[in-house]
Design a protein around this ligand. Sequence first.
Ligand code: SF4
Length: 726
Amino acid sequence: MLFGRSHKNEIHLPVKPVDKWVYTTCGYCSTGCSLEVGVNAAGKAVTARGVADADVNRGKLCLKGIFEYEVFESQNRGTVPLIRKNRSDAYKKCDWDEALDKTAAEISRIQAIYGRDSFAIVSTGQIYTEEFYTLGKLVRGVIRTNNYDGNTTLCMASAVSGYKRSFGSDGPPGCYDDFEHTNCLFAIGSNLPEQHPIIYYRLQEARTRRPFPMIVVDPRVTMLAQMADIHLPITPGTDLVLLNAMAHVILKEGLQDEDYIRLHTNGFEGFKKLVDEYSPEKAEPICGIAADMIRKVARIYAEAGAAMTIWTMGINQSTHGSDGVVAINNLNLITGNIGKPGGTALSITGQCNAMGTREFSSCSGLPGYRALENETDRAFASDFWGVDARHFPEKRGLTETDIFPAIERGEIKGLWLIGTNPMTSMPNSPQIRKMLDQLECLVVQDAYADVETVQSATIYLPAALWGEKTGVFTNTERRVNLVKKVVEPPGEAKSDLWIFSHLAKRFDRAKEIQFAETASEVFDEIRDVSKGRLCDYSGMTHEKIEAARGIQWPCNTENEAGSARLYTDGHFQYPDGKAKLIALPFVENNEVPCEEYPFWLNSGRLVEHWHTRTKTGKIGNLNKFSPTPFMEMSPRTAAKMGIAAMDYVRVISRRSSAIVLVQLTERVAEDAVFIPMHYYNCVNRLVKGLLDPYSIQPAYKQSAVRIECLMDQDEAAKTAVSLRDY
Ligand code: SF4
């Protein structure tokens, strides 16, 4: 008998007959892992592996990346365009000419009757940058509605808004390599091991080599919080108070970087006056963190020499989301922690190409971080595209969160959804079906024909998926990476780029505008349009990107290998080159628990699922880990209420109710529950989604609910299943 772990069974990987390996980039989260998909002699994708010499993931993949090739064989892909006259009719199959003619005719008809902004467009963070760019040109130059947005408003709008307010431009200034240099990591509202597993691997790799303190701020004891040196279980929605109080301590104790503040910032006096009011003692009863602990973490951060902050949806999805981002930037600016190795304010982006839409989709502006509000930028885009500048609006139109209420008010009559599923992702989701059913025309462009929105549509356009076309994504650290075509799309499905450029041909207005049809031609245009901008791609080509396993912008002739960090010289994007320190008073405006609704409801991601499960819900190797909605609840609270593990309960908010299985865990406080965001007809039925005033992003994480026990568990199970699946 051998004891201990010195003897192990050998690991045998099943040998799959691979004919060729195709380089590509993962299409789920914004980490941006390079992977190779193994294709057999029959042209079928059979396996995948991480790319060892790719700096982002160094050969690793999380389980979503490992099984991503299975999407090519997933069920209910759209293979042919579908149209119908009325919602009550059955769909009929048609060819692309008929589908695109009808789409263009409906857009023109609605705009002719109700005005050009009565047709709205909501896209995604999942298509390629070349596709975003082409869509932007089509919308701004040809269709000309100003009610055009991406679903990134639901996840990254606060980060964009906060960067713009502080630094004069969007653009995350740091990179993963900062983990190798920092002396303190402050993570706020970010659960890396589940949301961005390979960024977490990079962090842990750095901490194993060179330990440094990790402070995690989160109301829940997340996986990241379990690995932290200090966990601050903050009261939901009060991050701004904690951050102001930390700045208060830093300034009171003289720990700030005076030279950096003087040389590179404006607004210090007003900022100092405001944070003077946020003593740790004043902050403690609001944010739930002891005054001494606030002092302690402020000192660790300010005295680290190089300190970095990372955040995700815990900050962004709040009524103070944009202010929270600015408060993080304030903290980094007063300690001189921007643009230096290990010193940064790095928003961890959500979707694989949320950055690409920010850079080039023209949703909130014009390509290359140009602004609709800026006359020079409008003139540039007008010349570049050959569009009369008078057709450009002088400010952005409605965001996704404003578009749905505008449908309800009857101001928007037609909608084109591209790779996004508001039926699951929008707050107060039962209202969304009613709004979609009010439209005269709903066009759904998606890889899957069974996405819930198709039930309310009159035109369905089947799109190719990740890996069925070629283009680029930009990841969290501004790294542009190549996504190569692995297999052909099924049936008649077409790339989004093909759909956009062929739809453009249906409009007379497009006659004077050139629409390139291949990704490399569009990429050449992006290189030109971005030249000299912060997001400069002019030094990149698809070939260079693949060879380097991704290149970080700005990349140009002076800087051919790309740039790891922004603002290394302390020069920001405001006209005077200085960043802004902004005073941020906290105003309590959340829904908070009360006698009738006594629990905080929080939501977030699971490692095995992606967003609305349109893809991962169909992959058995992922779905098996959590096939059904569940709710984390404190064992003590459950015992008081007579609830046992795996009971079904009804969760009720002021909006609606949902039925979930109970999972008992110490991860949540006694007055809080947590439900994953991924399930249709579940947590977003309950969420109020108050909006941040700057980013117009919804607060998904601060709602109040009550919980009801269900006597008839069999009946509850049936209801849960009928609500859940489609
Ligand atoms: Fe894909 Fe993100 Fe997983 Fe990397 S960490 S394999 S990018 S899902």
